[in-house]
Design a protein. Structure first.
Length: 303
């Protein structure tokens, strides 16, 4: 039986101690705070927001297992291994640690070189059949060569074990034309937006959100999901406008990767994390950027 992700699915950051070690106590605190919101359906770890590829294998396993022990919602693991066999082994470790599903990243060599037709389908098949882990289809931005055309998405979505899609195509023309086809051809597929910076446009077509943004604004995002499902544009627009200063401060930056640093600074301002330590190759933001983030949170009445 697939998980019900029809709601908010935050992708928590991975807290570190000031000396750079994974802070499992802080992760448990963050996870429990997020999971305590009615409407949060899962926590998705080891993705971009969670600096998952910056952790060792042992750290990845410990992050999953200790969070599983700390929260009462399902924990979903980002699977990022480069080769299919490597990804399957990563998925097996995630299963053993207690993960209930996989957010399947493309093989990252595809970002540069593209992929052979049929290779993404095989990646999902192997993870589900060999590791037994239900899969979420991850649609990358279409400016990358790891983006899947509609036919590839449809074929992956039709495979056994694929129960949801996290769509981040970041091309609203493609969103408006492809999402209805995915919905029509796979009525049971749960469609989740991960457009942290384009939430308003995508809210009226989805079952929920799978977003790093969920770290810092769970309550407004739950309101946004409800407004989208009710097709209430005015209510959705009000939430969007309230959050816009935060969206700008966190996601309208030089690089989307800076969003992870900004999320940690926001969580520090919210009092959820004690520090905003990140791992290289991420770099701390300036004191001015931190002040901007704090002011945005105040403007949005989050603090």
């Amino acid at each position: 039986m697939s998980l019900d992700l029809r709601g908010l699915n935050p992708a928590p950051v991975t807290p570190f101690t000031p000396d750079g070690e994974v802070d499992h106590q802080a992760m448990a605190k963050l996870g429990q705070w997020l999971a305590g919101h009615d409407g949060v359906k899962s926590l998705v770890v080891l993705g971009h927001a969670g600096e998952g590829t910056f952790l060792t294998q042992d750290e990845q396993v410990a992050t999953i297992s200790q969070l599983v022990d700390a929260v009462d919602v399902p924990v979903i693991a980002g699977i990022t291994g480069e080769g299919t066999h490597v990804a399957v082994e990563e998925a097996k470790r995630a299963v053993a640690a207690g993960a209930q599903a996989a957010l399947v990243y493309p093989s990252h060599g595809w970002l540069r070189f593209g992929y052979q037709q049929g290779a993404p389908q095989e990646r999902y098949r192997a993870i589900y059949e060999e590791a037994g882990l239900p899969c979420i289809l991850f649609q990358y931005p279409d400016v990358t060569k790891a983006n899947y055309d509609l036919e590839t998405q449809l074929e992956i979505a039709a495979q056994p074990g694929v129960f949801a899609t996290k769509n981040g195509v970041r091309n609203m023309r493609r969103w408006d034309t492809e999402i209805p086809v995915l919905r029509r051809e796979n009525p049971d597929l749960q469609i989740l937006s991960c457009h942290d910076e384009y939430l308003l446009h995508t809210m009226f077509d989805v079952d929920g959100l799978l977003v790093g943004y969920g770290n810092i604004a769970p309550e407004p995002l739950l309101e946004l999901i409800a407004a989208g499902k009710a097709q209430d544009y005015a209510a959705a627009r009000a939430v969007h406008d309230r959050l816009l200063p935060v969206t700008k401060a966190v996601y309208h930056r030089g690089s989307h990767m800076e969003g992870t640093v900004a999320l940690k600074l926001a969580l520090k301002a919210l009092g959820v994390l004690e520090n905003a330590t990140v791992r290289s190759p991420l770099i701390d933001l300036s004191a001015e950027a931190e002040q901007e983030i704090v002011q945005a949170l105040r403007t949005a009445q989050l603090i």
